[in-house]
Design a protein around this ligand. Structure first.
Ligand code: GLN
Length: 580
């Protein structure tokens, strides 16, 4: 196995994940099978219980694993399907070591960070990197390992030690380190000192960067590059400048322009890997397609209002935004996303500033060509979501409700059209009379970690749903599979009443008891999904409900539907395996 380790220095959050995913994409264009592992040095076992407003989105895998949002980047860029084991955390490693110790597996030895924890990390990486992830059943050729945080953090020490050992064990030609650093501009001057220190620091821990990727706002001047190379003890060719780009999807082009591929080839001895002609052709096609999709030649804007409760942390909606971007790229429109706090849409008796916010928020809503209400938890802000769904319904504005957005739109519909003025969700009021949304009976009410209805589940389009645009977007398929993450569902006892009033549940689960998709017939696009279709959206293969929503907002849904999306989109097809 060949490993590319991506580490960070100076500060986190400057795009290490994008550089790692983009490197993976470049390797894929060479015809290689690429996997990836994200290491998060925090003690939480997984991302499932982390507050979205603080930590960003929890990404949900096919298996139902709740993982760090960076795994979403990998799936979107590389068209792979990962498992929760591809996300290693300190919590997971310690849990594993402690369980072994309790079982007596260490035969009376004193259990220590070195070698027991470090061995556990290495074994984990070696085992998981071999798992086939591209649908072909074949082992990957290269595994990208992204180490979260920055070098020097207390939490990441055992991982760095383990990775240093892994580097040694893998040997020359099988291990490469890309160290991502930041070059700030202060008073117009590009400052290299933080990067010099970051490289010194990683070297002192036993890792030697093969490439220093410098994030910066503007291209680095020649003397700055030379200075960096000198102080970091690398050639200038090993310093890659990752300046801000119009879109992150162009980062692979930027890396390629700066000759990262020849460096990957030599450091990983890629000439020794046997690549089948089919994989090689696939790689070349992928590259051509990528270049054509991510180089925009269009200017026409599309204004979309994203109405949510976590908008102070935009990462809370990362996959949603990506799915909107993928769809906008597909129909060649420039996405102009307006972030609207759903609480601001609720009438207020408070004074000046709150009133101003209220009016501003509604002004923005009224100028949007489409409105999306994504997922979330808890009561706060849901009245505002309901109001905006009513606005979209009554004013024929394309609307997409996702999970919580699906639930609140159904509640609002029941209030207005089923005579249930007090309709609500059990999540907001457990004692309420008209509970349009209820707790799912089979779920554990006591433990919160990993106990939701999670992961890939089937939706069956109902027999009388031929008219459904949601169904047409899926190419008329009868059965589709999307990922879920919820505790509540539409109350099965009230479905008849809702349907009679015109809220058609065109997609249900296999039992017919659980509602998955609703749609209005006499509306340009009013669709809600209990599932999170955004988790499966890919750069070159946008999620269908999102594509439909964006196309309807741009006024070109009929055109998109005529293209029979399933055929029109070239999925990340992997030779010798199933299409993704
Ligand atoms: N809070 C709702 C539920 O648990 C919606 C969840 C979500 O939007 N992911 O069912």
């Amino acid at each position: 196995m060949r490993y590319v380790l991506v580490t960070g220095g100076v500060i986190s959050g400057v795009g290490k994940g994008i550089i790692a995913s983009s490197t993976g994409l470049l390797l894929k264009t060479l015809g290689l099978r690429v996997s990836c592992i994200k290491i998060d040095p925090y003690v939480s076992v997984d991302a499932g219980l982390m507050a979205p407003a603080e930590h960003g989105e929890c990404f949900v895998l096919t298996s139902g694993g709740e993982v760090d949002l960076d795994l979403g980047n990998y799936e979107r860029y590389l068209g792979v399907r990962l498992t929760s084991e591809h996300n290693i955390t300190t919590g997971k490693v310690y849990l594993n070591v402690i369980q072994k110790e309790r079982r007596g597996d260490y035969l009376g030895k004193t259990v220590q960070i070195v070698p027991h924890v470090t061995d556990s990390i290495k074994d984990w990486i070696k085992r998981v990197s071999l798992i086939p992830v591209d649908g072909s059943g074949e082992e990957p050729d290269v595994c990208i390992i992204e180490l979260g945080g920055t070098i020097g953090d207390i939490e990441s020490m055992p991982f760095i030690e383990a990775l240093t050992q892994l580097r040694h064990e893998a040997g020359a030609g099988n291990f490469m380190n890309i160290h991502v650093s930041y070059v700030p501009t202060v008073h117009g001057e590009q400052k290299t000192k933080p990067t010099q220190h970051a490289v010194k620091s990683i070297r002192s821990h036993g890792l030697i960067p093969d490439v220093v990727a410098c994030r910066c706002e503007t291209p680095l001047a020649e003397p700055t590059l030379a200075k960096l190379a000198l102080h970091c003890q690398v050639e200038t060719s090993q310093v890659i400048v990752v300046r801000d780009m119009p879109t992150i999807y162009q980062v692979p082009l930027l890396l390629s322009e700066q000759k990262l591929i020849p460096q990957l080839r030599s450091k990983l001895a890629l000439d020794k890997v046997t690549i089948s002609p089919a994989m090689s052709v696939h790689g070349t096609e992928l590259w051509e397609l990528w270049k054509s999709v991510v180089t925009p030649t269009y200017q026409e804007e599309l204004k979309i209002a994203l109405v949510g409760k976590y908008i102070t942390c935009q990462d809370a909606y990362l996959s949603v935004v990506k799915a909107l971007e993928h769809s906008a790229m597909k129909i060649r429109r420039k996405l102009n996303l307006m972030w609207i706090d759903s609480e601001d849409l609720e009438p207020t008796t408070k004074g000046g500033a709150a009133q101003a916010k209220y009016h501003k928020a509604w002004h923005e809503v009224s100028t949007a060509s489409g409105i999306i209400v994504p997922g979330g938890f808890g009561h706060r802000g849901t009245e505002g979501m309901m109001r905006v769904s009513k606005w979209a319904r009554e004013n024929e504005i394309p609307f997409l409700g996702v999970c919580l957005g699906f639930q609140v739109a159904a509640i609002q519909f029941a209030r207005d059209l089923c005579g249930m003025s007090e309709a609500t969700s059990e999540e907001f009021d457990a004692q309420a009379k008209d509970r349009v949304v209820v707790y799912m009976p089979e779920l554990d009410r006591h433990n919160l970690g990993g106990t939701m209805r999670l992961g890939l589940r089937k939706t069956i389009f109902q027999q009388d749903s031929e008219w459904s645009r949601a169904r047409s977007l899926y190419g008329g398929a009868e059965v589709i599979e999307e990922r879920h993450r919820h505790r509540y569902e539409i109350n099965p006892e009230l479905v008849g009443q809702l349907e009679k009033a015109g809220l058609h549940f065109v997609g249900k689960d296999e039992t017919g008891e659980r509602m998955e998709i609703f749609e209005l017939k006499d509306h340009p696009f009013f669709v809600g999904t209990q599932f999170h279709a955004e988790y499966q959206s890919q750069v070159l293969n946008p999620s269908r409900p999102y594509l439909g929503f964006i196309a309807a907002s741009a006024g070109c849904l009929d055109e998109v539907l005529k293209q029979h999306p399933v055929q029109a989109f070239k999925a990340h097809h992997i030779p010798n395996g199933t299409a993704q």
